[in-house]
Design a protein around this ligand. Structure first.
Ligand SMILES: *[C@@H]1O[C@H](CO)[C@@H](O)[C@H](O)[C@H]1NC(C)=O
Length: 337
């Protein structure tokens, strides 16, 4: 047997990764439920901060108190004073296998603050309902509800910074990138949008899958954070009871996927792939699926990157990703459109 390759990681990152994996595994029960009480103790959280921190103000905004849908809004701290151009809006969906974490989780609070600061955009980090308590299509509906809220002027009441909703991006990582794709389809299918226009999708290591075991899933069995045992658990928690992984939510361009006419209306996607991510074959297939449907798409590959590398700011790929997102957003800002 050949030795499984190991990603080059500083030892401090290895410890953080091991802790994150241990917390998730401890909270994930074999009967498919999540120990929320344990997580509430172990998931480190940050508060929103009206006082600028690292160049960014943040505030939590309630969208639907019944379903506990809210978002954390991040705005450049000089934005209230900046009289000039309005900011693009990045609607961000956090990862965590559809079952874990929130915009208040420390790692996501930091990632969104960094995107806001470096891209100079408003970031709307969505708190959607989690599996298995809420399965497919709950987070897709929640994301669409947040877009409607923005379309109806919800941002104007929340923040004095000027938002350019005609330059809106759907972004996410892992399960959050899956959600971004499906919310974009719902936006494309929906009628009556007045303000929100999607200018692009930023899909960071999207969580897609299927019944097939791909080459990378079979080869990368000893990499940090993800294994097929873990991803199978997450699909079982999220997909409808009894569904398999070729469901259209997971195998989006598979044989049972929804007919493709909506894809024509999707905005350009930037798809980020890491060389130590067992999901990488599904992500490249997604990119190729977009291309074969005539969509513009950009593939960004980081050969040394593990799944969730951007949550570790010490990694050079995390900085490179910020620059790449900025380039993508700047390239799709079209004031005249
Ligand atoms: C799953 O296991 C937990 C802990 O053993 C238990 O409290 C819960 O009721 C179980 N849920 C189901 C749906 O079996």
């Amino acid at each position: 047997m050949t030795q499984a390759p190991r990603p080059p990681l500083p030892w401090t990152t290895r410890i953080s990764v091991a802790v994150a994996s241990a917390v998730t595994d401890a909270a994930r029960r074999s009967n498919g439920t999540v120990n929320r009480r344990l997580l509430s103790l172990l998931d480190a959280r940050s508060r929103a901060s009206a006082k600028p921190y690292r160049g960014v103000r943040s505030a939590d905004v309630v969208v639907d108190p019944v379903h506990h849908i809210w978002f954390r809004l991040f705005a450049p701290s000089d934005s209230a004073a900046a009289a000039g151009e309005p900011f693009p809006v990045i609607v961000f969906f956090h990862g965590g296998g559809f079952a874990f974490l929130s915009p208040a989780s420390r790692a996501y609070d930091a990632v969104c603050r960094r995107i806001c600061h470096e891209v100079r955009a408003l970031v709307v980090s969505v708190n959607y309902r989690l599996a298995p308590e809420y399965r497919y299509p709950a987070p897709y509906e929640d994301g669409t509800d947040v877009l409607r809220f923005l379309d109806h002027g919800g941002l104007a009441s929340a923040d004095p910074a000027a938002a350019d909703l005609s330059c809106c991006f759907l972004a996410g990582d892992s399960a959050g990138a899956n959600i971004a794709h499906h919310v974009a389809r719902r936006w494309a299918a929906g009628a009556g949008w007045e303000r929100v226009r999607l200018a692009g999708m930023v899909l960071i290591q999207p969580f897609f899958g299927g019944e097939e075991r791909t080459e990378a899933e079979l080869r990368l069995t000893r990499v940090p954070l993800l294994s097929v045992e873990r991803t199978d658990w997450m699909w079982r928690a999220f997909l409808p009871e009894g569904a398999d992984r070729d469901h259209e939510a997971s195998n989006v361009f598979g044989t049972r996927a929804a007919a493709g006419e909506l894809e024509a209306s999707l905005p350009e996607a930037m798809v980020v792939v890491g060389g130590f991510d067992p999901l990488q074959d599904w992500q490249r297939r997604y990119y190729e699926g977009l291309r074969s449907r005539g969509k513009a798409a950009r593939l960004v590959e980081y050969p040394d990157a593990i799944h969730a590398f951007y949550a570790f700011p010490e990694l050079k790929e995390a900085s490179a990703l910020m620059e790449e997102i900025k380039r993508f957003v700047d390239a799709h800002r079209s004031p005249a459109k």
